[in-house]
Design a protein around this ligand. Structure first.
Ligand SMILES: Nc1nc2c(c(=O)[nH]1)N[C@H]1C(S)=C(S)[C@@H](COP(=O)(O)O)O[C@H]1N2
Ligand SMILES: [Mo]
Length: 360
């Protein structure tokens, strides 16, 4: 199952094989760059063991020159690029949707299937320039080396050519200054900042330029968004909306759900993330969403990363509901009620995040 030993013992393991785990919510807030031992892992299959020496990345499809790139040539022939980017699983905060109406066969992630790393690698745009994209190319397709049950070709996905050739998209071989750990995609993964985590394909086998999006199960079938009225057995898969960037969402990391607190001032902290947009404002309520205060945004704003926030609230005795919501630089906000965004696959829940505490 890969180098699971590199993970912190506090990780909440949803399944050991394939290994799927996330840190306790409070530990996410300890550092704006998530330490590797606490970075969530989402695997659809077994972590492949890849020998770096014979490894070659295939660059194929609608290109003038097909390439087979060794790790050496990726490091040497392309200037290393670094980007600080948040990866968020489309299933982050599924647990709250599950409470509205059960979602079968999917991991009930709490709000910690997200992390931010400093990624270093070759710019995908430069690699595609070296291959020469032909005029009919519209999408860039990725396939991983891991075997997955749902698709005989392995885990895959695609992004539009315009995104693939944006400077922030990397073929990453380093995470937080170290070689990529096996569970995070060693020796090479795509990092598509601002898109759901599923597009950042790990253990990258190939990059292909094509006229149409990937037919891979994880692009053509999974990771599509349906309205609350649609059920698994009634879904027309072609009618689902292909997920790109996650919508704006703010989360309370402290206090914890059910925590006992003293009346008076309470420092509350959390994160907010809006995919490719910036966090414009975070508001917090100590009374279930009746009165709101503006939170302070802390730390640096990186264009592709989450933003930490903090606020001091006055708590009255009794059972109180602390609520957070954010607005992004495009003016989009969040729905109050998770029922409004419920979907049978449980993707991209961005309802107001609520934590109930007992105040003495
Ligand atoms: N090859 C491959 N790439 C993959 C996956 C996978 O199962 N196989 N999972 C995807 C999903 S759904 C997410 S959210 C991210 C998680 O990245 P991480 O495990 O490094 O946190 O990897 C993506 N890339
Ligand atoms: Mo994911």
């Amino acid at each position: 199952m890969g180098d699971v030993s590199a993970k912190d013992p506090s990780m909440l393991v949803h399944s050991a094989e394939p290994y799927n785990a996330a840190p306790p919510l409070a530990s996410l807030r300890a550092s704006p760059i998530t330490p590797i031992p606490l970075f969530f892992v989402r695997n659809h299959g077994t972590v492949p063991v890849v020998d770096p020496a014979p490894y070659r990345l295939a660059v194929t499809g609608l290109v003038d020159r097909e390439l087979r790139l060794s790790l050496e040539s990726l490091r040497r022939e392309f200037v290393p690029s670094t980007v600080t980017a948040t990866l968020q699983c489309a299933g982050n905060r599924r647990r709250e949707l599950h409470a509205v109406r059960p979602i079968e066969g999917e991991i009930p992630w709490d709000a910690a299937a997200v992390g931010t790393a400093v990624w270093t690698g070759a710019s995908l745009a430069e690699v595609l320039r070296a291959a020469g994209v032909r005029g009919a190319g519209r999408h860039v397709l990725f396939v991983g080396l891991d075997a997955v049950a749902a698709d005989a070709h392995g885990f895959g996905g695609s992004v539009p050519l315009e995104k693939a050739t944006s400077p922030e998209v990397l073929l990453a071989y380093e995470m937080n200054g170290s070689p990529l750990p096996p569970v995070h995609g060693f020796p090479l993964r795509v990092v598509v900042p601002g898109y759901i985590g599923a597009r950042s394909v790990k253990w990258l086998r190939s990059v292909a330029v094509a006229a149409a999006p990937s037919e891979n199960y994880f692009q053509a079938h999974a990771y599509k968004l349906f309205p609350p009225s649609v059920r698994a057995h009634t879904a027309d898969w072609n009618a689902g909306v292909t997920l790109t960037g996650p919508p704006v969402s703010a989360v309370i990391c402290a206090p914890r759900q059910g925590q006992r607190l003293r009346a008076g001032h309470l420092s509350t902290t959390g994160y907010a993330f809006a995919g490719g947009r910036q966090i414009a404002r975070v508001e917090v309520s100590a009374d279930g969403g009746v009165h709101w205060e503006t939170a302070r945004l802390v730390g640096d704003a990186h264009p592709w990363a989450w933003r930490f926030w903090e606020a001091s609230l006055r708590l009255r005795p009794g059972r109180q509901e602390i609520v957070v919501r954010a607005e992004d630089s495009g003016g989009a906000g969040q729905p109050a009620d998770p029922a409004a965004v419920w979907n049978f696959k449980g993707y991209v829940n961005n309802a107001w995040h609520r934590v109930t505490v007992e105040v003495e």
